[in-house]
Design a protein around this ligand. Structure first.
Ligand SMILES: [Zn+2]
Length: 228
């Protein structure tokens, strides 16, 4: 799933848990992906990209049982929640809950769009999970995840600049989701390290932009109360 649509989940969490820091929530929603980048770079997890890549359907997340499994996601969420509680005491329970939900949201959203490439747990990978949208109908996946991002924006009461950013990033993603629109994705064939670094850059830039534009909210009563 595109970085912006994972990170947008932080907007809903911020709405529900106003005391949680927005940037921390954004990082939490992408924590699993940062781990994936690191594990790919050092060769513990593996991604295969077909030569002549035309869309995300040609990217195969072949081995990622540590960053993207259902069990490790729950464990990571619990670890982050407990770490926040340990640092902040009982007063931090709302923040801890929000951060844990942020970490957990990642695998839930990935399951909704990924090819079946998500294991139950490390070493339990005979059956893998994922809706299969990326492998079969990537543009439908992009539409669905963009709708999720827009829902998050609406619930949060985000401003128009934030909406513009989300629309722009959705448009920019079309070439990598559509086999019919090509701006040079084929050059990525076999370049899994370049791909992982591209995802890292995309997450960092998207997180900073989302955080920046989320500071402005539409003048709706609910958003006003939260900002206070
Ligand atoms: Zn992911």
């Amino acid at each position: 799933m595109q970085a912006i649509n994972h990170a947008a989940t932080a907007l809903i969490l911020k709405r529900k848990f106003p005391s949680a820091p927005l940037f921390g929530l954004i990082l939490a929603t992408e924590a699993v992906e940062y781990l994936w980048v690191g594990l790919n770079l050092i060769g513990i997890e593996r991604t295969v990209i077909d030569d002549g890549m035309a869309s995300v359907a040609d990217i195969h997340l072949e081995h990622m049982p540590f960053s993207h499994s259902i069990v490790t996601s729950f464990l990571a969420a619990a670890a982050v929640g407990l770490a926040v509680l340990w640092r902040g005491g009982r007063a931090a329970s709302a923040v801890a809950t929000a951060m844990a939900l942020g970490v957990l949201s990642h695998i839930v959203l990935d399951l909704l769009v990924h090819a079946p490439d998500i294991a139950l747990a490390p070493y339990f990978d005979e059956v893998k999970f994922g809706s299969g949208l990326y492998a079969g109908v990537p543009m439908t996946a992009l539409a669905l995840e963009t709708l999720w991002g827009l829902l998050c924006w609406r619930v949060y009461g985000g401003g128009w600049k934030l909406l513009g950013l989300m629309a722009l990033l959705a448009l920019a993603a079309v070439p990598s989701y559509s086999a019919n629109v090509n701006v040079g994705e084929a050059a990525l064939g076999g370049q899994s390290t370049v791909f992982a670094l591209t995802i890292l850059l995309q997450m960092l830039v998207t997180s900073a932009l989302l955080w920046h534009f989320a500071r402005e909210r539409r003048a709706c009563p609910a958003a006003g109360r939260l900002a206070a």
